[in-house]
Design a binder for this molecule. Structure first.
Ligand code: PTJ
Length: 253
């Protein structure tokens, strides 16, 4: 990886770019994953590269859902494995969630390498290698494990295109997504849409999970029943508009 100096004004963004590029070189991330990262970067720029109030609200609700779940599962693809394997493992440990590899551009080699990557970052069990169940989808993301995504009541699906998300919602599952684009099909179809950068979102969620684990069950239930995803998405869009107004004013336009 190219060494990015810590004092570079765009350090976090450039580091993420290096990680995804390294993921491609290692065979973990698909070449298409580079395009996905670029799409995400542009939305992050519009958001102001920060976790907004609406994102934090969605992240708290998501953590409550994971903590209350009977069988929570975190789905991992090639971008997630390259960008934040340690954060996935830490969130899974705190919430008791299983981890399952699920890929759009699926090859058995990539599945194997991603499992190894997660193991190297402390995961004990990673599902996805032996899919014995199928979602009603015509592409490889249909391949899931019966003890994982197939029977999960809550699924965290960071970073993907929306059709599997839609299918999982149809199956009655609570679907949490992390996608910097508040207008994407994923954001519009999920139960809890986190409009935030994957790395920031997973970090915030692990921190919240540590704190919220001590809370009474009723408090967690209240967080979910009072949560309004449409409102959160509309606030996410307003936050982008506000940010654009501020920076254009600063630029004197
Ligand atoms: O590893 P595979 O084979 O499963 O392939 C995965 C990719 C990422 C290639 C696949 O899911 C894909 O093509 O995704 P899309 O359709 O490009 O959607 C990616 C979405 O995630 C876009 O809406 C981006 O804005 C968003 N995104 C990209 N990077 C990030 C992100 N959101 C949060 N954090 C990011 N770092």
């Amino acid at each position: 990886m190219t060494e990015i100096p810590h004092d570079h004004p765009r350090y976090e963004s450039l580091l993420a770019r290096e990680k995804v590029a390294a993921g491609v070189k290692m065979g973990i991330t698909s070449i298409q994953g580079l395009i996905a990262q670029g799409r995400g970067e542009s939305f992050d720029y519009l958001i102001g590269e920060r976790s907004t109030e609406s994102a934090l609200e969605a992240e708290r609700a998501a953590v409550a859902a994971l903590l209350l779940a009977r069988n929570p599962v975190i789905s991992v693809n090639g971008n997630v494995a390259a960008l934040a394997p340690e954060k996935v493992v830490s969130l899974a440990d705190i919430t008791g969630a299983k981890i399952e590899v699920n890929l759009f551009h699926r090859t058995e080699t990539r599945v194997h390498l991603i499992i190894e990557q997660l193991r190297a970052h402390g995961a004990s069990e990673v599902l996805g290698k032996n899919p014995d169940a199928s979602l009603e989808l015509s592409h490889a993301r249909r391949l899931v494990e019966s003890k994982g995504i197939y029977t999960a009541d809550v699924v965290l699906v960071p970073l993907e295109d929306g059709d599997r998300c839609e299918k999982l919602v149809e199956m009655g599952k609570t679907v949490i997504t992390i996608d910097l684009n508040p207008l994407s099909r994923t954001s519009r179809t999920s139960t809890i849409s986190i409009v935030d950068n994957l790395t920031r979102a997973l970090g915030n969620m692990a921190k919240f999970a540590g704190e919220m684990k001590q809370e009474r069950k009723e408090e967690l239930v209240k967080l979910i029943t009072t949560y309004d995803n449409k409102k959160v998405l509309s606030e996410a869009i307003s936050e982008i508009q506000e940010h654009l107004k501020i920076i254009t004013a600063e630029m004197g336009y």
